[in-house]
Design a protein. Structure first.
Lengths: 135, 135
DNA sequence: GCTGATCATAGGCAGATGCTTACGATTGGA
DNA sequence: TCCAATCGTAAGCATCTGCCTATGATCAGC
């Protein structure tokens, strides 16, 4: 057998990342899904909740209580969409952005350490290649 | 924001891999965990069930019915360990190895296709780097 | 104007998951 | 020799997950 399956290799990396991220996120009072929502909203400030659910790969019926929690903490707001009164545009608040950036700083530091087993060139190659596989 | 989180990137790749693998494994009558067990046994023929559970990251109390199913299909056997009558050495049968290799062939073909967006050099770099991150 | 589709929301359901406890058989060290 | 630890097994529990249905408000096309 020349090598492990890609699934096994990527799976083990993801496992490590999750194990390392969980305590960092917990320290900021966020779950993985909540962090995922905040991250996506920072990129795409406004859209329907359904689109948000699809974008992060979360169940739309389960997204509602998750957004309730984040809105209750003042990290995001649901605004009526003037063009479509059925839809609610979801937007990060300044508090939400601050919380996201504080958590992200810790996560980035963890990632740097995890990547430090690779040379700078290897890191560049990896980061160039991953988005193309993730498409 | 210079780039996505590693967790998001690796997570999306794993999501793609799982989505592509599931139907292939199903065609061979295997779940992801069963495939994982067979794969690991092909590398390490004998060991305790607990070590097997730890090696593939599966709950040891949930491994038993999974092994029952695979043994029931004749893909593996539990043999008494003469040196330690508490322990059961788990070993692939020829049928188990054949089933594994048939499934693996399909999965490898899928992986080739997925990797084909990368140049040969990029594929080499990626495959050299992944095991070091997966440690 | 009416009808079917869309959106947010609520609720339920089956299965998977991680974790814990218990128990009988067996082992190894005090 | 006896006691604690280990192994396989069984069972239970809270939670997460994907999926499916329903409902009220709103929209868009006929």
């Amino acid at each position: 057998m020349e090598r492990d399956d890609l699934g096994a290799l990527f799976g083990r990396v993801v496992r490590r990342l999750i194990a390392a991220e969980r305590p960092l996120l917990e320290a900021h009072g966020l779950t993985m899904w909540e962090y995922s929502v905040l991250t996506h909203l920072a990129k795409q400030p406004t859209e329907t909740q359904q689109a948000l659910a699809a974008a992060i790969g979360y169940d739309k019926s389960r997204l509602i209580p998750l957004l309730d929690g984040l809105a209750g903490q003042g990290l995001l707001v649901r605004e009526p969409d003037p063009a479509n009164r059925r839809a609610h545009a979801v937007r990060l608040t300044p508090d939400g952005l601050a919380r996201l950036e504080a958590a992200r700083a810790d996560i980035r530091a963890m990632e740097e350490e995890l990547l430090s087993v690779l040379s700078a060139a290897e890191q560049r190659h990896l980061l160039a290649v991953l988005p193309r596989l993730a498409d």
